[in-house]
Design a protein around this ligand. Sequence first.
Ligand code: PGA
Length: 249
Amino acid sequence: MAKKIYLYGNWKMNNTYSETEKFFVDFAPAYEPFRNDKNLEVGIFAPFTSLWPLSQGAKKSGIVFGAQNVYYEAKGAFTGEISIPMLKEYGVTHIIIGHSERRHIFGEPDEMIAKKVKAVLDAGMTPVLCYGETLEERESGNTFTVMERQLKSAISGLTPDEVKKIIYAYEPVWAIGTGKTATPDQAEEVCKWSRELIGQPEAVILYGGSVKGSNAKELLSMKDIDGALVGGASLKPAPFLEIYTAYRE
Ligand code: PGA
């Protein structure tokens, strides 16, 4: 049986409210042929201000949708933050946590990421936990030390059931938005290693970093890669869905 592929789009700080509405004008018919494909789960993660049109479009097409960040407290004096109950009212079920841009541009530490993961799980939602090494860390031979720290910090204290509910996304920082992709072997090596570290053979593990139609087949065919977290190529329906069609060809 063919494996199930998770095709998740991370729009980052792109696609305004009206651009999101326009996205779905094209996405709805383009996605129709895939709608009943049990081996495909499509998800889109938009900026907070685009969550309403995203929720409307996603519900019509029957895809998963979510946010790119959240704060772990439910309410209070946290200027500029968004809470889990706020997102729940929009029907959000999935939230990206610990993306490398949050870690490196906004300085989110492992402890904060762990609290966010726990809060999302406590709310019955799915965290999409990102982790991965920088170029410097890879070149100095620290790839696995860094990732072990990131992963262990996020999952320690969780029950095995909770650990299984997280969707993991290995995203080498040097491959994000750079056009450089990890080779299928490099990506597979880390995803396989992660599965062992997590201790849950059935955990869903995605690869992210410059995934597009032209490299999708070789990456998604690897045994321990369950799907892709896609940035640039997810902003328009055609290149986004092409990732899955390229894999299936
Ligand atoms: P990219 O981004 O596909 O543009 O490299 C991936 C990500 O950061 O999730």
